[in-house]
Design a protein around this ligand. Structure first.
Ligand code: SF4
Length: 76
């Protein structure tokens, strides 16, 4: 059985599998992969921005594993 720990994320105490803590960006299709991902800007992807706001409101973390609008970043 996986060990579950608690820590503070975005101002809320959340539970997480210890082996997965802090790995969400590594697994997410948005981060450093998609040209539409522009966090903290008004040009951010609507899906990513909506997920971020959902995560803040509900105290969850939701990496994107699949996306119909993904487009490769020109930087990478
Ligand atoms: S289009 Fe999809 S993969 Fe790209 S930033 Fe938005 S949610 Fe992430």
């Amino acid at each position: 059985m996986n060990k579950i720990i608690k820590y503070e994320h975005h101002g809320k105490e959340v539970s997480v599998r210890e082996d997965l803590k802090g790995t969400h960006a590594k697994h997410c299709l948005c981060f450093e992969n998609c040209e539409f991902f522009k966090p903290n800007t008004i040009d951010n992807c609507l899906i990513a921005q909506s997920l971020f706001e959902f995560d803040i409101d509900y105290g969850v973390t939701t990496p994107v594993f699949e996306c119909v609008k993904y487009n490769p970043s020109l930087i990478n």
